[in-house]
Ligand binder design. Structure first.
Ligand code: ADP
Ligand code: TMP
Ligand code: ASP
Length: 243
C-alpha cells in the first residue's frame, strides 16, 4: 500500500507528526532541531534527524524481536518513520541505572553513583510546567493512566532496560538512564511510542567515561555531531550483525 503524507498534526521540538492517507497511521518526521532545559536552550545538531530516525527504527525493530511491541511500523525514508497513531499518555517513564541529571540535583546524589537495581521515575509530560516529577497518586487521581496501564508501562520500561543495556555494553557504552513514552490505540492497548535515541538517554563511553549523548549539547561539551554519528555507526554495525 502506498502511504501518502498529509497535513501536519503536531509540530514538536524535535519531530513533526503528519497525518497520512491511512487514518490509523501517522508519520514521525525527525528534525535536526535540539532543545534542552525545557527548551530554554535551542540549537541544531548536524544530521540528527536522519541519525535519530535510523537509531530509533533499529531499536524498535530489535525490541519487537524481543517481545516488546511499539508503534513502529517501518522506516519510510531518511527522516520519516511510519507509526501507529496513538493517544499519548502524558506520563514519561524514566529508568536510571546510575545517578545523573535531575536525580543528582533533587536528591543530592553524586554523579555516577550506581544503583543496586534500576530506579523508575514518572514525570508529567507538560512543557509549560517543565515536565515535573509526579507520584502514582497524581497519575491515578488525575486519570493520566490507570493502575493497570502504569504497571504495564513500568514493566515494559524495565524490560527495555534489560534488553538494551547489553546491546550498548557490546558497543562500548554504558546505558545510564533513558526516558520512554507510551500511547494508547483506539482499542485501549498500551504501546511504546515516540523515539529511543540519544536525545532521550544517557550513554557513557566505557573506555573514557565521556558522555556520548545529548548531554554534550546540554552542557556545551563539544563534538556533539560527532557523538551522534559515532553512536549511530556503532549501533548500525551491531544491528547489521543481529537483526
Ligand atoms: P515534544 O512534544 O516534546 O516537542 P517531539 O518534537 O518529539 O516532542 O514531538 C513529537 C510528538 O509526537 C511528541 O509529543 C510525542 O509524544 C508524540 N508522539 C509520539 N509518537 C506518537 C504516536 N504514535 N502517535 C501520536 N503522537 C505521537
Ligand atoms: P533527567 O535527568 O533530566 O530527569 O533525565 C533523565 C533521562 O531522561 C535523560 O536521559 C533525559 C531523558 N528525559 C528526556 O529526554 N525528556 C524529558 O522530558 C525527561 C524528564 C527526561
Ligand atoms: N527534551 C527536553 C527539552 O527540550 C529536556 C532535555 O532534553 O533536556 O528541554
Amino acid at each position: 500500500m502506498i502511504i501518502e503524507r498529509k497535513s501536519p498534526l503536531y509540530d514538536g521540538k524535535s519531530k513533526t507528526i503528519f497525518e497520512t492517507n491511512q487514518s490509523e497511521l501517522v508519520i514521525q518526521y525527525f528534525k535536526d532541531d535540539a532543545t534542552a532545559f525545557n527548551a530554554q536552550k535551542k540549537g541544531t545538531i548536524v544530521n540528527k534527524g536522519l541519525l535519530n530516525n535510523l537509531t530509533s527504527s533499529q531499536i524498535f525493530e530489535f525490541l519487537a524481536k524481543n517481545q516488546i511491541p511499539s508503534h513502529f511500523v517501518k522506516k519510510l525514508s531518511e527522516r520519516e518513520m511510519l507509526v501507529k497513531k496513538l493517544t499519548i499518555i502524558p506520563v514519561e517513564i524514566v529508568v536510571r541505572n546510575r545517578a545523573a541529571g535531575s536525580i543528582c540535583k533533587r536528591l543530592g546524589l553524586e554523579k555516577g553513583k550506581a544503583f543496586s537495581h534500576p530506579i523508575v521515575e514518572t514525570f508529567f509530560k507538560n512543557d509549560s510546567l517543565g515536565d515535573p516529577l509526579i507520584s502514582e497518586e497524581h497519575i491515578f487521581h488525575f486519570g493520566w493512566a490507570t493502575p493497570a496501564e502504569l504497571k504495564e508501562m513500568k514493566a515494559s520500561a524495565l524490560k527495555v532496560n534489560h534488553i538494551l543495556k547489553p546491546v550498548f555494553e557490546s558497543i562500548g557504552l554504558e546505558l545510564i538512564d533513558f526516558k520512554l513514552e507510551f500511547g494508547k490505540t483506539k482499542d485501549g492497548f498500551v504501546l511504546l511510542a515516540d523515539e529511543i535515541t540519544l536525545d532521550g538517554c544517557r550513554l557513557w563511553d566505557k573506555a573514557t567515561g565521556e558522555s556520548m549523548d545529548k548531554d554534550r549539547f546540554r552542557h556545551d561539551l563539544g563534538r556533539v555531531d560527532e557523538a551522534y554519528q559515532e553512536v549511530t555507526h556503532r549501533l548500525t554495525q551491531f544491528f547489521s550483525r543481529s537483526l
